[in-house]
Design a protein around this ligand. Structure first.
Ligand SMILES: *Cc1c(COP(=O)(O)O)cnc(C)c1O
Length: 455
């Protein structure tokens, strides 16, 4: 076995194709439904929101989708990303497990999000769109889209969830440096935002509310489309560059993973790392366990239901069959803002139903404990979202110690936490609480679901 610590690939190894796992599933995922007719949505329903090429990718079943040369050229700014063996963490845990992390925090905006922001912006620009609207939770997606819009000369207008806007004002500053316009959501500039503000003037906001605002704004202008940073099939597709590279990097060391761990908000970084390995698993070439980690404060996989629901709070999107806590659910303002989404990617939700991966939920203090341990050993400051994956990776490494097993663990370190130091301060000064969710709050949110068509 090769003993390298940091595995770097040459630029020429940036993948040439994205991998579409739908081609290899035993049963295709259920389609999105039009809320009025309860029929599957067609391309015409989506055309006001998304460019043709992305709609094709959303419903496509081709196994491989070529990455356009222009997109590969922007990827060259930070891809291929490093795969690193966390030897110092292993030593600190005294574990026989070998721990690897795939680090996406070295991208221009600091997370995996530019992997999809760049192609989404490219396809929109190619179809003559002049402005993109979007929501952002933790601010990672907003920064990524603002960066991509700067690359292709598009305007960018962003609704940032109020809780994150207040916790991390400098994320909004970064978006403005890239040239974007940023509103705290709920905002008075859309009907959806005004409605929430009337009922709850001090609302912390949620991704669902911010999506309603961005979708409304895109629908109101001819030259404007909407871009989503997670959840949808085309987003998961673009993120598979992570797993394709990791597959090659681990193979160059003569390693195959036993356990692959990623955090899940809408599911894109987990899917991006896991899907290429799952392809190999389905083909019988390896047999890793795949495990998603979500926050206890927003447990869509582990405590939600599998049902048709809206992707946003106001009910402007098609109905998506997914694991959901109900579109009216507003998660507590935990520090992992990127994991505060009421639903889960329909594709991952379908695969969860098929038993293709596992899920666990974690409280935030355990995650920050693992993140601080990681920072003190490996040096990188993780974002609060991948801290969830690190907490499970540490737990698995400790189980390996108990059992004397030298498993190979692979985790997605999908972003850095340089804008999250306020949260680290709270943790270090003992002010951080776990915000576990009482059953009655889930029941209340789910009660609304029973009134939806198709459920
Ligand atoms: C957006 C984001 C997430 C959550 O989104 P997924 O689609 O589940 O990946 C997690 N981590 C970071 C760093 C993010 O920016």
């Amino acid at each position: 076995m090769n003993e390298a610590t940091r595995v770097l690939l040459d630029e020429s190894r940036i993948p040439r194709n994205w991998y579409n796992i739908v081609a290899d599933l035993p049963v295709p995922p259920p389609p999105p439904l039009h809320p009025g007719t309860c029929r599957p949505v067609g391309p015409d329903d989506l055309a006001p929101l998304f460019p043709t090429e992305l709609i094709g990718q959303e419903v496509g079943a081709d196994r491989f989708v070529p990455i356009p040369p222009s997109v590969r050229d922007v990827y060259r700014l930070w891809r291929p990303t490093p795969l690193v063996r966390a030897r110092r963490l292993e030593r600190a845990l005294d574990t026989p497990a070998r721990i690897y992390y795939k680090y996406e925090g070295g991208s221009p905006s600091g997370s995996h999000k530019p992997n999809t922001a760049v192609p989404q912006t490219y396809y929109n620009a190619r179809e003559g769109v002049r402005r993109l609207t979007t929501e952002t939770g933790a601010g990672q997606w907003g920064s990524a889209l603002a960066f991509a819009c700067a690359q292709y000369g598009l305007e960018c207008e962003i609704w940032m969830v109020r809780a994150s806007y207040d916790q991390k004002p400098h994320r909004a500053s970064l978006m403005r440096v890239y040239g974007a316009t940023v509103h705290a959501s709920p905002s008075p500039v859309t009907g959806a935002g005004r409605k929430v503000l009337e009922e709850t003037p001090d609302s912390p906001g949620s991704l669902g509310i911010a999506i309603s605002e961005a979708v409304e704004a895109a629908g109101a202008a001819q030259d404007t489309r909407y871009a989503l940073g997670s959840v949808l099939n085309h987003v998961l597709l673009h993120q598979t560059v992570i797993g394709e590279e990791a597959l090659e990097q681990l193979a160059s060391l003569g390693e195959t993973p036993d356990v692959i761990v990623g955090c899940t908000g809408g599911g894109s970084n987990f899917a991006g790392l896991a899907f290429p390995f799952l392809r190999e698993k389905l083909a019988g070439r390896m047999d890793p366990v795949l495990r998603a980690v979500e926050p206890e404060a927003c447990p869509s996989l582990t405590r939600g239901v599998y049902a048709y629901d809206f992707g946003d709070t106001a009910g402007l999107t098609p109905l998506l069959k997914m694991r959901t806590l109900g579109h009216g659910f507003v998660p507590d303002p935990i520090h992992a803002g990127g994991l505060r989404y009421h639903g889960m990617s329909p594709l991952l939700s379908h695969m969860y139903e098929l038993g293709m991966f596992e899920a666990v939920a974690k409280g935030q203090t355990e995650c920050f404990e693992a993140a601080v341990r990681f920072a003190r050993t490996e040096g990188i400051l993780p974002a609060p979202e991948p801290a969830h994956a690190l907490a499970e990776t540490v737990a698995e490494a400790l189980r390996c110690r108990e059992a004397g097993e030298s498993k190979v663990l692979l985790t997605a370190l999908c972003g850095h936490g340089h804008f999250d130091l306020g949260a680290y301060d709270r943790y270090l000064s003992g002010q951080m609480e776990d915000l576990a969710l009482p059953r009655d709050r889930i029941d209340t949110a789910l009660a609304e679901l029973a009134r939806l068509p198709g459920t």
